[in-house]
Design a protein around this ligand. Structure first.
Ligand code: MF3
Ligand code: CO
Length: 291
């Protein structure tokens, strides 16, 4: 990495401090990793304190919406009702549902039931029934700042197999989170997620991953889970990204509904689960901003 900032110039992070006492040593440390061949973050994905504060406000809306759904989701409800709740609550709180019209996505939320892996369309025809598992994936834009998280819900009594899938997938995210720290690597997280899923006989979807988030819906880096410890992007304070593995009970293969080009299903028809959190890399570890 090269920089044209003078030592006495204002720092690129907008702190108002001189570069030499702000991010110069930080940049040099990153450059030493780059020199060793590592993938390193660019300045545009490193958030300053002001941006983090704004992103946290956006997260508050996302969390409130998911909390409400958690309390009110029930057997007999259709998923179009969830879409309505997400739209109404988000806009009432001054936000915009980020999925709405995103690359042509026609709804405010993704509701993925059973063998739907992700991007499930809310529909009046999808009526939640006892034994279903559903991922509700919410994303908010507030004052131009983005948040994104998702949770799994069980409708009534679910099978022990589905219960285990949902629990193990949550554990995957928690184990991945433990690996997030400054001057570690994204692959430390990815391998932890993958190993736990694999140890339980599950597979982790390869084609769709997490992402940097905050100033845009989807930023660098792309966050996969078929990665290895010590590899992928260097993690530094101020980075924000999602951990959102899609874990399949059966085979890893997926397909996209060719009628709408959005909805993703497992090829073998077995269930898939996903939890999504948004994580900030801090000076001494990680902070979960949204879940
Ligand atoms: N919320 C999803 C994610 O985690 C994105 C959904 S794509 C959309 O990245 F188009 F539906 F918004
Ligand atoms: Co996401």
């Amino acid at each position: 990495m090269t920089t044209k900032i003078g030592r006495n110039d204002p720092c690129w992070c907008n702190s108002g401090r001189k570069y030499k006492i702000c991010h110069q040593a930080f940049d040099e440390r990153i450059a030493s990793y780059a020199a060793q061949g590592h993938i390193v973050p660019t300045h545009d994905i490193i958030k300053n304190a002001e941006q983090v504060a704004k992103i946290k406000e956006s997260c508050k809306v996302n969390i409130a919406v998911l909390d409400y759904i958690e309390k009110n989701i029930h057997e007999g409800m259709n998923t179009a009702e969830i879409d309505r709740i997400v739209y109404d609550m988000t806009t009432d709180m001054g936000g915009i549902p980020a999925p709405l019209n995103y690359e042509g996505y026609p709804f405010s939320v993704c509701t993925s039931v059973n063998d739907q892996v992700c991007h499930g369309f809310p529909s009046e025809k999808v009526i939640l029934k006892q034994g279903d598992i559903i991922n509700v994936d919410c994303s908010t834009i507030l004052d131009g700042y983005f948040s994104d998280s998702s949770r799994m819900f069980a409708i009534g009594e679910i099978s022990p197999e589905k219960k285990k899938l949902v629990e193990v997938t949550k554990e995957c995210v928690e184990l991945g989170l433990k690996e997030v720290k400054p001057w570690g690597f994204l692959g430390d997280m990815g391998q932890a997620v993958h190993d736990h899923a694999f140890a339980n006989g599950y597979t982790v979807v390869r084609e769709i991953g997490g992402h940097g988030v905050g100033l845009k819906f989807h930023e660098e880096p792309w966050v996969g889970y078929n990665s290895r410890r010590g590899h992928e992007m260097l993690l530094v304070p101020g980075m924000i990204f999602t951990i959102e593995p899609m874990v399949n009970m059966g085979k890893v293969d997926i397909y996209v509904d060719d009628e709408n080009d959005w909805e993703v299903y497992t090829a073998d028809g077995k269930p898939s689960a996903q939890w999504e959190i948004m994580v900030l890399v801090t000076e001494d570890g990680a902070e979960v901003l949204c879940w």
